[in-house]
Design a protein around this ligand. Sequence first.
Ligand code: NAP
Length: 494
Amino acid sequence: MFKDATVAEINTIMEKAWKTFHVYRKFSLKQRAAFMRAIAAGLDNPPDELIPTVMRETNLPEARVRNEKTRTVFQLTSYADACERGEWLEARIDTANPERTPLPKPDIRKMLVPLGPVVVYGASNFPFAYSTAGGDTACALAAGCPVIVKAHPAHPETSDIVAKIILKAAAETGMPDGIFAHVHATSFEIGKALVMHPYTKAVGFTGSYTGGRALFDWANQRKEPIPVFSEMGSINPVFLLPGKLEQAAADIAKMYAGSITLGVGQFCTNPGLIIGIESAPLQEFITALGNEIRQIAPGTMLHPGIAKTYGEKKSTALAQEDVTTVAESATAPAANQGVPAIASASGKAFLNNPVLHQEVFGPYSLVIRCADEAELLKVTQHLEGQLTATLMATEQDMLGHDELVEAVKNICGRFILNSVPTGVEVCLAMHHGGPFPASTDSRFTSVGADGIKRFARPVAFQGWPDSLLPEELKNDNPLGIWRTVNNEVTKKSI
Ligand code: NAP
């Protein structure tokens, strides 16, 4: 139904985006925010066909679709507010000191400026929040960058409807032609052409490791390499410390059965690995988790491809040496449904088998039984980078496991205590990212307004007269933004 863009069309789109960039980058923070709020308003009052289309294309239930829409509207409006507040610009001013000896100190003022056209690849499991008008698009527009979205082939109609909402908002708020483009590309060649185009200056991606890595490698093969912010899969380890497990094994099992199977396990924050030390409370936990999982019915997955991959990866994991199946859902699945499952393996088996470290995207989790504390630490030190890591621990547990706590902190982007990793709050303090392979750049977040910084770079202005400086850096602070002036954070004028 949807035609792939051609390379010639990509060239035209990118040339337009490049021209537009030089206009849009000069638009005020207020104008950018107005555009983003208009997109939010359009999404909040969408055409009637939007919700049924998303449900048909993704198999997601209505309540989840509506919640995700609300979250996406909130992302757009809260990032618009942050765009105007201007903290993300990281304005720093060090005023001159002509009297300094032996050399006078020059006036230097730094702020972030937009990178240029940004290509955004959305994920199938978040048709709104990480797709066409999702977090990456909102952040890039706030930073002052035109956006080119590659529609996810699993929800092309949804993507088309949202793209129309964005284009309407652009027209209503006087945005330059070329501020936003939307392309369909089922062939990797066209996706590659977008990443490789010389006018593409950054890429935002949410999806699998394979996809995110492919884009990252293409971008680094370019004559001019560009940043690729790939948010990829993660197994989100959960550590069950002895004191906590002793107190609440059955409660933790119930809570985790819910988290593992939430949304048929189709979240990048799904807890795919649970680690404890061999003991009676750990056995109690495993038994209780198995009992819970048997009672949870399979759910229809986003699309047949994801359901097939889940079935295959789960079978591969369960077939590994020393892996035992603890429990599977007792209900027989219908077509394209994911069957909840829990497996278990020893710490030694996990350490010796890289297959067990891979994400099984769906309602599945592997419980690792470590022989002792030393093995628990070793397992932790051998884990790859993760979006999240969780400790289920008492205060006493924490005090007695310094080294473990440090080792866990070293591998994750969000460190959770006594809760579940599913559910990512959209707020300024959030960090959604993590050391590779969770993301390609652990310094940046893809959730929360700090994500705007991904699409901007610093420029220091040295010796410029006030009249020629950007508004953000002028003496009287006409935008009223927070700035660091001579090492003091302030809104005061100079
Ligand atoms: P996906 O299969 O990687 O698809 C994402 C996009 O990348 C699609 O447009 C896809 O096009 C394209 N793509 C995939 N492989 C490619 C390759 N080798 N070369 C070029 N393009 C490629 O991911 P998904 O199925 O949508 O989402 C599920 C995955 O996303 C899970 O691993 C999940 O953990 C991860 N995820 C991560 C986050 C996060 O924030 N870190 C959030 C949500 C989901 P085609 O469909 O045409 O292949």
